[in-house]
Design a protein around this ligand. Structure first.
Ligand code: FES
Ligand SMILES: [Fe+2]
Length: 453
C-alpha cells in the first residue's frame, strides 16, 4: 500500500491493481474516497459499460419518457413516434441547459427553457427561434441535434444504454449471469414497474452500497431491530445454504439457494402443484413456474439470492424490487428504488407492493436506515490521514469453496455465508479501471472461475 500521506496516487495500472488483492481479500479503503479514482470510474466503468435506463413498461407509448443517468450524465429515455427508444443526453446543444426537468412523463417534443430550441423525440433539432432573422438562416440544424447514447438495447424488458460504440452487444456484456439475474424478475411472468421511484441520497461511496447486496453476513446483526419489530422474518433466511454465481465483467448473484435435491423434487411438479406448495409457505422462497428453467437455466433457477448487474443495478426480493446506485461523487450515492408487480396486477397487489417497498427500503425503509448508517460511517473513515492507511479485509470463504460448472454450462458455488461476491466485484472493478478501452477489457477480464475459489 502506498503511503497514505501522499497527496494523490498516480493512477497507472500497477497503482490501481495494488488497491485490491483478490488472493488475500485485502482492500485499500481509499477506493471509497479518492476523487481521481472516482473520475476514472465515470469514464472507464459508467461511460463504457451498459447502464440500466428503464423498464419497457415505464415508457409504453410514443412520447413517454423517463429521466435517468449514465454516471453523472443525465439522459432522457424516450420512445419516439416510430416506437423506437432513444437515449439522449439531456443537455441543450446551444448553451447546455437541461431540456427536460420532469422526472418522467409524455412529451411531443422537448423545448429548451433558455432560448426555445425545440428537439424532436428522436433528438433532431426541429425549431430555432430567430432562425431566419438572427441566424440569417446560417445555422445548420442537422448539426445541432441532441447527442445519442452510442448503443441502446433491451433484455427481458430492461432497457440498457452505453456511451461506448465499441462496447460488445448487450447480450454478450450480460453473459449468463447477467441474463439470469434479469430473468429472475420475469421468472414468474410478465411484469410492470409502478410509477413513483423512491429516490434518496446516502453519504457513502457507491461501491460499498453495491458490495453490501452480496453481504449476507451483516443481515442478522445490522437488521436485528427490523427482525424484532416483526416486519421481516430473518429466521426464514437460509444462511447455511448460500448459492453464488460469478459472471464475466463483474455480474454476480449471491444469497440463499435451493439445494439440488429440493430443486429435483420441484422439477417434478407442474405449475398447479407449485402454486399449492407456495400457499403452504407464503413467507418462504418464491417458487417459480416450470417455464422459469428456460430463462434462468437449470442451475440459475436454484438461486433465491441477489443479482447485481455490474456496475450498479441490484435486483432484490426475488425480482420484486430494483435499486440503482447512482454515483454522486466519491462520497455520495443516490439510490433509486423501482417497484415491480406482475403485469395487470389488481389494486390490492399493487397496494401491498408499494407498502412493502416503502417500509423495507428507501428513505423510510427499515432495512435501508440500518444499512445507510453503516455505509456512511465506513465511507467517512476512508479519508482520515491515519484511518485511510488501514485496509479492509474481505477474506471470508477464500480458498474454502469450489466453483462448479453445472447443467447448461452455468457456473455456481454452493456454500454458507461468504464474501465471494464482494471479491468478484472488486476484482472486476480493477479490471475495468486498468483497461484503457473495450479491446483491452475484452482481452484481460476474468472468465467465470472454476475449481477452488
Ligand atoms: S440553451 Fe437551450 S436554447 Fe439556448
Ligand atoms: Fe442490509
Amino acid at each position: 500500500m502506498a503511503d497514505g500521506t501522499q497527496v494523490k496516487p498516480v493512477l497507472d495500472a500497477a497503482t490501481i491493481r495494488a488497491l485490491f488483492d483478490p488472493e488475500t481479500g485485502d482492500l485499500d479503503r481509499r477506493i471509497y474516497a479518492d476523487e481521481e479514482l472516482y473520475q476514472l470510474e465515470l469514464e472507464r466503468i459508467y461511460a463504457r459499460g451498459w447502464n440500466f435506463m428503464a423498464h419497457e413498461s415505464q415508457i409504453p407509448n410514443p412520447g413517454d419518457y423517463f429521466i435517468n443517468y449514465i454516471g453523472e450524465d443525465q439522459v432522457i429515455v424516450v420512445r419516439d413516434d416510430e416506437g423506437k427508444v432513444n437515449v439522449l443526453l439531456n443537455t441543450c446543444r446551444h448553451r447546455g441547459n437541461a431540456l427536460c426537468r420532469a422526472e418522467q412523463g409524455n412529451a411531443r417534443s422537448f423545448v429548451c427553457s433558455y432560448h426555445g430550441w425545440n428537439y424532436a423525440l428522436d433528438g433532431r433539432l426541429i425549431g430555432v427561434p430567430g432562425q431566419k432573422t438572427y441566424f440569417h438562416d446560417k445555422l445548420d440544424r442537422s448539426q445541432w441535434g441532441l447527442a445519442h447514447a452510442a448503443q441502446v438495447d433491451s433484455c427481458h424488458g430492461f432497457i440498457f444504454a452505453t456511451l461506448d460504440a465499441e462496447a460488445p452487444p448487450l447480450e454478450e456484456f450480460l453473459g449468463d449471469v447477467g441474463r439470469t439475474g434479469l430473468a429472475m424478475v420475469v421468472a414468474n411472468g410478465e411484469v410492470e414497474v409502478l410509477d413513483g421511484i423512491q429516490k434518496n441520497v446516502i453519504s457513502c461511496n457507491w461501491k460499498i452500497a453495491v458490495d453490501n447486496l452480496f453481504d449476507w453476513y451483516h443481515v442478522m446483526y445490522s437488521h436485528a431491530s427490523a427482525n424484532s419489530s416483526g416486519f421481516v422474518n430473518l429466521g426464514a433466511i437460509k444462511f447455511s445454504e448460500q448459492f453464488v454465481m460469478l459472471g464475466e465483467y463483474g455480474h454476480a448473484i449471491s444469497g440463499p439457494g435451493v439445494s439440488a435435491e429440493n430443486q429435483a423434487r420441484l422439477d417434478q411438479l407442474d405449475d398447479e402443484q407449485r402454486r399449492a406448495l407456495q400457499a403452504t409457505m407464503p413467507a418462504g422462497p418464491r417458487i417459480r413456474p416450470k417455464a422459469a428453467n428456460d430463462i434462468m437455466g437449470p442451475v440459475g433457477v436454484r438461486s433465491q439470492g441477489h443479482p447485481n448487474i455490474f456496475p450498479n443495478l441490484w435486483i432484490t426480493l426475488g425480482g420484486m424490487q430494483l435499486c440503482l446506485r447512482l454515483p454522486r461523487g466519491p462520497e455520495a450515492t443516490e439510490l433509486w428504488w423501482f417497484t415491480v408487480v406482475p403485469k395487470n396486477a389488481p389494486p390490492e397487489v399493487r397496494h401491498m407492493a408499494v407498502r412493502q417497498a416503502v417500509h423495507l427500503f428507501g428513505p423510510a425503509g427499515l432495512l435501508e436506515q440500518d444499512d445507510g448508517e453503516n455505509w456512511s460511517q465506513s465511507t467517512r473513515a476512508s479519508h482520515g490521514i491515519a484511518s485511510r492507511k488501514l485496509g479492509h479485509t474481505l477474506q471470508m470463504g477464500l480458498g474454502q469453496d469450489e466453483a462448479n460448472i453445472g447443467a447448461g454450462g452455468q457456473q455456481y458455488i454452493e456454500t454458507q455465508v461468504n464474501e465471494h461476491g464482494q471479491r468478484w466485484l472488486y476484482r472486476s472493478w480493477v479490471e475495468w479501471l486498468t483497461a484503457r478501452n473495450w479491446a483491452e477489457l475484452k482481452a484481460n477480464h476474468s472468465a467465470a472461475p472454476e475449481g477452488t475459489i
